[in-house]
Write a protein that binds this ligand. Structure first.
Ligand SMILES: C[S@@+](CC[C@H](N)C(=O)[O-])C[C@H]1O[C@@H](n2cnc3c(N)ncnc32)[C@H](O)[C@@H]1O
Length: 298
């Protein structure tokens, strides 16, 4: 398809049609293309998405049209829209994102909501510490710290770019003084105990690599995607082996799982002797989180 070069003679509706047609010709689904157009316009104009969808009278300047053009060019390479705009929204909050660091997903909001409810129920207003494995953009600790003033967090990542971005997001949301970021891959060696271990670990089985969307497979960091062991469940097995080294008796474990991993992870946690093992569904009705407690000794 011939590439668009937008100009101010074109109506907003024409620009929208051209952008969407281009995105679809790159292999992006029509519904996603329309949603991305709204996100681009929201970013460029500062208008809210509801205003754009209701057909607010949008007039784009020459400069904005040039930027729009460059967004479409980058989408042709299937660079995720979040990397192009260097931002996304998680739990209703704006977060910075950057190439080289995993993009936080709406699915992970389930993990944050379950963790919030459990921590409130277990500890009320007590001062508590959590450990996160795999900071990425800092989405999980930043959201939890914003919502729980009595919480402090240590978050680990193997990826230094992720730690730097987490720091920026923590500063953006003014929770940086309650967050320690550590460059570490063997989390069980942290040498401290916490009231909670929370993680969205890499869990995609390596054999599914060919099925990934180009946005994910070509552009997101491999270390954030693929779980260890053939079934992708290696991180959960590590948790079964080492959780007691880092979580106090009675403390919380909450993990995100991939599609179809809820039952195997529930079983792993039960076999490891964890207490109160529960599964939690996301908004699509898929088990997305498994939670448990470290059993207290009699
Ligand atoms: C699926 S991403 C999750 C990122 C973020 N928590 C989120 O939910 O958006 C997994 C993260 O774990 C990190 N990671 C992978 N292996 C690790 C390890 N052994 N120790 C610490 N972090 C690791 C990756 O670099 C990546 O940032």
């Amino acid at each position: 398809m011939k590439k668009v070069r937008f100009n101010r003679e074109q109506s907003f509706e024409t620009v929208k049609k051209l952008v969407c047609e281009n995105l679809v010709s790159f292999g992006i689904e029509a519904e996603e293309a329309a949603a991305e157009f709204d996100i681009m316009i929201e970013f460029l104009t500062g208008l809210r998405r509801s205003q754009i969808m209701l057909g607010a009278n949008v007039e784009l300047s020459e400069e904005q049209l040039v930027q729009l053009d460059s967004f479409v060019d980058k989408r042709e390479q299937r660079i995720p829209i979040q990397y192009i705009l260097e931002e996304t929204y998680f739990m209703g909050q704006r977060l910075k994102v950057r190439q080289g660091v995993f993009i936080p997903r709406p699915d992970t909001e389930t993990l944050v909501e379950v963790s919030l409810a459990k921590l409130k129920q277990l500890y009320g207003h007590e001062k508590i510490w959590m450990l996160e494995i795999g900071s990425g953009s800092g989405a999980i600790p930043v959201s939890l710290l914003k919502n729980l003033p009595n919480l402090r967090a240590v978050s680990l990542d193997v990826n230094k770019l992720a730690l730097a971005l987490s720091r920026e997001n923590a500063v953006l949301h003014e929770v940086d003084w309650r967050l320690e970021l550590v460059h570490e891959s063997e989390w069980w060696k942290i040498g401290r105990k916490f009231q909670a271990l929370i993680t969205n670990p890499p869990y995609i089985p390596r054999h599914q690599q060919a099925t990934l969307q180009p946005e994910v497979g070509l552009h997101e960091p491999e270390l954030a995607l693929f779980g260890t062991d053939d079934d992708g469940l290696g991180f959960y097995r590590q948790i079964c082996t080492h959780a007691e080294d880092v979580v106090m008796a009675g403390g919380l474990i909450a993990v995100e799982v991939g599609d179809d991993q809820g039952e195997p992870v529930r079983e792993l946690f039960c076999n490891a002797g964890f207490a109160a093992v529960q599964t939690h569904k996301d908004l699509n009705g898929i088990v997305r989180v498994v939670s448990a407690l470290i059993a207290t000794r009699e």
